[in-house]
Design a protein around this ligand. Structure first.
Ligand code: CAA
Length: 291
């Protein structure tokens, strides 16, 4: 058993979309110093607004004191360049669910994060961790998946995904971080497309989209069926819109590429909605309209 590692104090998050903001928020709420990297000031402003709105929601739901929300926001710094991440002890990549984009980030992080013991993690939903590790070259033993669930401040689970190359000590430190510092509930998941949760969740969401696409049931009835009949907090079509249809499509493609099984294949309706940039809640329209 290795000695107990010191808590992580300085965290970097690359990508200020829904997941990157949620991850930055829970880290700041845990009192950590957070740098969020976004490409330009418009994207950084949007990320800051997202975090602020979620903190305000936390206050209005009685989960957090107004002072704690203010302090959490003060702990978040927004930077346009990954060069700002030099002193970080943990960096979590949360850019778009695209293999090339993520490989590029890991290659960059392997050069910009200075400490050889820093953990380089990905919030990917489906891309093999070992490929990201390979892109990080000599840092490969420090690479793993840390997969959060949306909405991050609400959902307790974090999948911790070691690759074949991850050092045991890095896995232990990541678990201790998720559980001891973020107060999440981690599980170790296998490095196969979809890990544990998405390998089960995505085929379910795709089946619901197919059922709707084929005109077998209305969207409302499909969702009502799972909410009222199975006590799910929301139905599969509303959930796909919450996750983002581009992400659902990206995960579906990764799963299909790896397993070649029909149940993972993206339905045409999902492809068309994404092509039309109708991505769900974040664009105001997807399987449902939110305007
Ligand atoms: N900070 C802290 N707590 C918050 C919060 C915030 N910003 N916003 C909401 N909450 C809390 C509320 O206080 C409430 O807590 P209690 O139950 O203790 O009262 C709880 O969260 C629910 O919040 P609301 O009442 O505001 O909202 P709701 O009841 O309509 O639930 C929902 C909304 C949380 C989204 C719920 O419908 C849900 O959990 N849906 C399922 C989401 C899901 O399955 N996500 C996983 C997607 S898969 C994924 O993310 C991985 C991937 O790779 C694709």
């Amino acid at each position: 058993m290795s000695a107990v590692a010191a808590p992580i104090e300085r965290v970097g998050v690359v990508g200020g979309g829904i997941m990157g903001c949620g991850i930055a928020e829970v880290c700041a709420r845990a009192g950590l110093d957070v740098i969020l990297v976004e490409v330009d000031s418009a994207a950084a402003d949007l990320a800051e607004q997202r975090i602020r709105a979620s903190l305000e929601r936390g206050v209005s739901r009685g989960k957090l004191e107004p002072d704690a929300a203010r302090e959490a926001l003060e702990l978040c710094r927004f930077e346009p360049d990954a060069g700002a991440l030099g002193d970080r002890e943990l960096v979590i990549e949360a850019v778009v669910e695209n293999r090339e984009a993520k490989l590029g980030v890991f290659e960059l992080l392997s050069k910009t994060v200075e400490s050889g013991s820093a953990i380089l993690a990905s919030n990917t939903s489906s891309i093999p961790i070992v490929e990201l590790a390979a892109a990080a070259g000599e840092r490969a033993p420090n690479v793993l998946g840390l997969h959060f669930f949306n909405p991050v401040p609400v959902l307790a689970l974090v999948e911790v995904i070691p690759s074949l190359l991850t050092e045991p000590d890095v896995i232990e430190r990541a678990q201790a971080f998720a559980e001891g510092q973020l107060e999440k509930d981690p599980i170790v998941a296998p490095d196969r497309a979809g890990f544990t949760v998405n390998a089960l969740l995505i085929p379910y969401l795709l089946s619901a989209i197919r059922m709707f696409e084929q005109g077998l049931a209305s969207a409302e009835d499909i969702d009502k069926g799972m909410v009222k009949g199975c006590a799910h907090p929301m139905g599969p079509l509303a959930l796909a819109d919450l996750i983002g249809l581009d992400t659902v499509l990206g995960v579906s493609e990764s799963l299909y590429r790896e397993h070649r099984e029909q149940l993972f294949a993206p339905p045409p309706l999902l492809q068309r909605l994404v092509a039309a940039n109708l991505l769900g809640r974040k664009t105001g329209r997807g399987l449902y309209s939110y305007q």
